[in-house]
Structures are given as C-alpha cells and as structure tokens.
Design a protein around this ligand. Structure first.
Ligand SMILES: Cc1cc2nc3c(=O)[nH]c(=O)nc-3n(C[C@H](O)[C@H](O)[C@H](O)COP(=O)(O)OP(=O)(O)OC[C@H]3O[C@@H](n4cnc5c(N)ncnc54)[C@H](O)[C@@H]3O)c2cc1C
Ligand code: SF4
Length: 330
C-alpha cells in the first residue's frame, strides 16, 4: 500500500505553498481524473492539496467584453451559463458533449485541461510508454492505434489529448491564467498544451505548485457564431474520434474571420492555422472549406489503424463550417 497525505487549502497562497512544498503533490478539484489515476496506481501523487474551498468558481464578464471562467467552475455550470450559451456556443456545446451529466456536475474546467490521455497503453501500467515511463518506448506506434493522433505526433508518442472544451478554448484564443511560487502568468491556450516531441511526459509548461486560477476568453464577435461538432464511436459518454470547433464571419460571401480547432486527432488540441489561412479573404462555400481542410491535413501522419481519421476529419471540418455559415447546429 502506498501512503497518501491530504490537506485542504484555505486560500490561493496556501494552495500554492502546500503544493510547492511537496514534490509529489497534486491539486484536487473534482477528483474525476486524479482519483482514478491514483486508484489505478498510475499517478505518482503522494500528497493531495484540495482546492475546493478557493473562490474560483465564478463565470463572469472579463476585460474588453470577454469571458472569465474560474478554474473551479464545474463543467455543467459553465455549459449552462447564459453568457456562454449566447456568446460562446462552441464552449457550451463542447462541454455538453463531454463525459456524463454526473461527471460534468463534479468536474472542474481547470481539471479538464489537465486530464491525461486515454491511450490504453499509458493506462495499462505495463506496456512500454514514454509518457508514463520516459525512455521505455511507445507500444502504440506498432500496436492498436485506431484512436491515436495524426497531427503533431513524434516517434516518442502519438497519444491524443482527450479534452473537448480545450478544443473550443484554443479555437477562440483563450488564455490560461495561473498563479505560482514565481507569481502570475497568462499563457495562451495554444502554448499551454505542449507537443510530445522527445519529452511526451511533459504536457503543460507549469511549475511545481503553479495553480490555474482562471481562463479568459476574448470577446471577439466571431465567437458568437461558433459551433462544436463531435464524432465518436457511440453517441454519449464517449471521447472524440474526431471533433471540430469552428467559428466563422462572412461579408457578402467572403470569409472575414475564421477560427478552427480539432480534437481527437492531435497530440494537443489542434489549432488548424493552415486551414484558417487558406479560408480568410476567400469564398465561404463547401468547395473552399474542403480545400482548406485538405491543406491542414496534408501534414497528417497516419499509422496502421488510424488513416480513416484523415477523411473523417476533412468531412467534419466541411460540415462544421457549413453549419456555422448557415447559423445551424451540426
Ligand atoms: C468516464 C469518463 C469519461 C469522460 N469523458 C470525457 C469527454 O468526453 N470529454 C472530456 O473533455 N473529458 C472527459 N472526461 C474527463 C473529465 O472531463 C475530467 O476528468 C475532468 O474534467 C477533470 O476535472 P476534475 O475537476 O475532476 O479534475 P481532478 O481530477 O481534480 O484533477 C485533474 C488534474 O488536474 C489538476 N488540477 C485540477 N485543478 C487544477 C488547477 N486549478 N490548477 C492546476 N492543476 C489542477 C490535478 O492536480 C490533476 O492532476 C471523462 C472522464 C471520465 C472519468
Ligand atoms: S502513444 Fe504516448 S501515451 Fe500511448 S503508449 Fe505511446 S508514449 Fe505512451
């Protein structure tokens, strides 16, 4: 049996100090990921710092007409907040298509961003896995890799990032706000998730004891014309095989602003910047959407079982953009 200690932080400074003082500590929010991993013997955590008493649950207006989501806001509360439903539909839809109602009632937004991959080799505790045990190899490269990534992969790791809402947040240029032993930071969400490269064990650029306190989403008008489309093996309670967050503004049939990000196919929530560049200033029609999707996917690297994701992603991108254009839900 492995000893595990627990403390309950009284305020933000206390949480940071408690976590910074314990090398093998982890924050405990809803516990829906951390407790699972501890139970499965998959987490190196020896000390839990419970942050549930911290005043970080608000969903409110941010500077410049934007949105500020507290790190401890529960997924279901964010999904239902009227300002999110009205002005950031992709965020609301991504949350409502995540996990189950019970999990969404418990799970926090901060914890969601830090959840670990669902790669089965990572979670079985015995297969070679560079993310779990650096230098041990990657069983997925030549194994059953149907659910694995086609974008941002390396020879060390091809695991996907499992979060849905992170895809919408990356598309909408959200910024992750942190506080830690060295002060406050504002990290663009696209930089918050790291590519695996040669160090897949490092997933976010956080220091020990650094706490996510909130997520700021800019108030860009295009966000109100956003949507989230998720393809999965069954229609509920399942992670994405392919997902798309899309936001689109047009003027007289010409694309004036567009945001696109992909889930289920990248080693991080994947901002589709090549597709965006191909679309901006051009016609907003299905042919152009298809060409833009192909431009993004030209850089995909498929393995034995996941090549189908390239065509599914292309179709999902076209569908999400077409529905956004019509103002309809996919
Ligand atoms: C069966 C199942 C199905 C799921 N399906 C989906 C799905 O379809 N889509 C999806 O997106 N997610 C899905 N999830 C993941 C779920 O959304 C996450 O488990 C949840 O969001 C994590 O939040 P939490 O508050 O419970 O985090 P915790 O388990 O408390 O923490 C998770 C990690 O984040 C760290 N952490 C927590 N808060 C902070 C903070 N403020 N600052 C820094 N670090 C922090 C913890 O130390 C820990 O390492 C599923 C989970 C399960 C169990
Ligand atoms: S894909 Fe990544 S997480 Fe999965 S076995 Fe390989 S190294 Fe581990």
């Amino acid at each position: 049996m492995r000893p595990l200690t627990y403390s309950r932080a009284t305020d933000i400074d206390d949480a940071i100090a408690l976590a910074a003082a314990n090398p093998d500590s982890a924050f405990l929010a809803g516990g829906t990921t951390e407790v699972d991993l501890i139970r499965a013997g998959m987490s190196g955590t020896r000390h839990l710092v419970d942050i549930n008493d911290l005043p970080l649950s608000a969903v409110e207006g941010g500077p410049g007409g934007g949105l500020l989501i507290g790190a401890l806001a529960r997924m279901s509360d964010v999904a239902r907040a009227p300002s999110v439903v009205r002005r950031y539909p992709a965020i609301s839809q991504a949350l409502l298509l995540s996990a189950s109602q019970q999990l969404r009632n418990m799970a926090s937004i901060g914890g969601n961003l830090r959840q670990r991959t669902r790669c089965a080799y990572f979670r079985d505790g015995v297969s070679p896995c560079n993310k779990r045990e650096p230098g041990s190899g990657c069983a997925a490269l030549d194994g059953w890799n149907r659910g694995h990534a086609i974008l941002g992969t390396s020879e060390r790791c091809i695991a996907t990032h499992p979060s849905d809402v992170a895809v919408a947040l990356v598309a909408l240029d959200a910024v992750i706000q942190t506080m830690g032993p060295d002060g406050e930071r504002a990290i663009p969400s696209d930089d918050f998730f790291l590519l695996p490269g040669t160090t897949p064990e490092t997933e976010q650029p956080l220091a020990r004891g650094e706490l996510i306190v909130g997520i700021a989403v800019p108030g860009a008008p295009v966000a109100a014309r956003s949507t989230y489309l998720k393809f999965r093996d069954r229609q509920s309670y399942e992670f994405a095989l392919v997902s798309v967050a899309a936001a689109l503004e047009t003027d007289d049939g010409i694309v004036t602003d567009v945001r696109l990000a992909l889930g289920g196919v990248g080693t991080k929530p994947w901002r589709a910047r090549r597709a965006e560049a191909a679309l901006i200033g051009g016609p907003a029609d299905e042919a152009a959407f298809g060409r833009a999707a192909s431009a993004e996917l030209a850089h995909a690297v498929a393995r034995e079982h996941n090549a189908f994701k390239i065509e599914v992603t292309r179709r999902a991108m076209v569908r999400a953009l077409s529905h956004t254009l019509k103002g309809a839900r996919p």
